[in-house]
Design a binder for this molecule. Structure first.
Ligand code: ADP
Ligand code: MG
Ligand code: MG
Length: 209
């Protein structure tokens, strides 16, 4: 289960495709507890990412991920741009100089993405954010780093992210725009946790192919 730079670009294309397919859905979720732009923000960012990646051939996985991060930071307005941007930049640093990635690198990438988002946004599990989807998945992958059945480990991680998204329905938002609503944010699924789950789903589906 290893991927070269062309494979990494394919994974990122799948992520971008998933975001674009869910543009309306993510925006709808954000209209309930935010300002109705999460799908718009994310698809705008990933369109720019694809344009950037297709305009040049980068022969280092770290630089590819760093480029994704920088593009998201510069094209996405709103909270999610700097957060996901930092995530990809941190992930890129962790695999700098590598021309191919294995399962362990995949775990490192998500681990560092989580650290980047936590550092940048100062949110914790239970604040109704991206972290509620990403951290449960990363925790499983950290434990399963040396496992033999890597596909099963990724499915388990994805399932944990899905449960995290469900959990965001039951809690009060403590960070971002949704926090202005206080208790009225209860009952609504968090847009950022949802986009995070969808990105993981697209990446994992592609890696398993
Ligand atoms: P904005 O709220 O600025 O319009 P988006 O709508 O694109 O930005 O993104 C909203 C999402 O960002 C939320 O659903 C939430 O998951 C995520 N988010 C907001 N603040 C934080 C934070 N401090 N840490 C992690 N995620 C956050
Ligand atoms: Mg918004
Ligand atoms: Mg906004």
């Amino acid at each position: 289960m290893a991927t070269d730079t062309a494979g990494l670009v394919k994974i990122l294309e799948a992520v971008a495709g998933k975001i674009s397919e869910n543009r309306e859905f993510l925006t709808e979720l954000d209209s309930a507890i935010g300002d109705a732009d999460h799908g718009i923000n994310m698809s705008k960012g990933f369109s720019a990412v694809l344009e950037k990646l297709h305009s040049q051939k980068i022969d280092d996985c770290g630089t590819i991920l760093k480029t994704v991060g920088m593009t998201l930071v510069s094209t996405v307005g709103g909270a999610s741009g700097p957060l996901y941007g930092t995530a990809f930049m941190k992930a890129g640093q962790a695999v700098a100089g590598k021309s191919s990635l294995d399962f362990e690198d995949f775990v490192t990438i998500l681990d560092q993405a989580l650290e980047g988002i936590k550092y940048r946004g100062k949110a914790q599990r239970g604040d109704k954010t991206i972290i509620d989807a990403l951290e449960p998945a990363v925790e499983i992958l950290r434990k399963e780093k040396d496992c033999t059945d890597k596909k099963a480990a990724m499915d388990k991680a994805l399932n944990a992210a899905k449960e995290g998204v469900e959990y965001t329905r039951s809690i009060i938002a403590k960070k971002g725009r949704a926090s202005y609503l206080g208790e009225r944010s209860i009952g609504h699924q968090d847009p950022g946790a949802t986009s995070c789950y969808l990105m993981l789903q697209a990446a994992i589906e592609k890696i398993k192919e």
